[in-house]
Design a protein. Sequence first.
Length: 121
Amino acid sequence: MLAALDTEQVFQTLATRLNGPRAVAHRLLLRWEFTDSSETWTTLVGNGVLTPLPDDVPGDEPPQAAVCLPRTALDRAVAGVTGLADAIASGEVSVAGDADALSTLLDLFDEVSADFAIVLP
């Protein structure tokens, strides 16, 4: 299902999972380079919100880390099939710069359970 979404929509989906109260203490800027589509995105976490930005970082602020990966690796991570840490360990995903910035970002996401009541009695 994620393959049907464009990259911006995938990042927007991730933004809904960000734990705002925990994220408010962080400012994270990550560059995402997709090897299979030649897309480049930047994600900014600031004021407890994740904002996806197409292309490079606006202004002079350098990203803390650059993540190079195929889009399918991001889709699998968002779907919970394979974590990004596993994809990094296998060499499918590489991180240049501060890898702790990526770890911090990943720790700010809430776990999503498919086991919730849509309609309450």
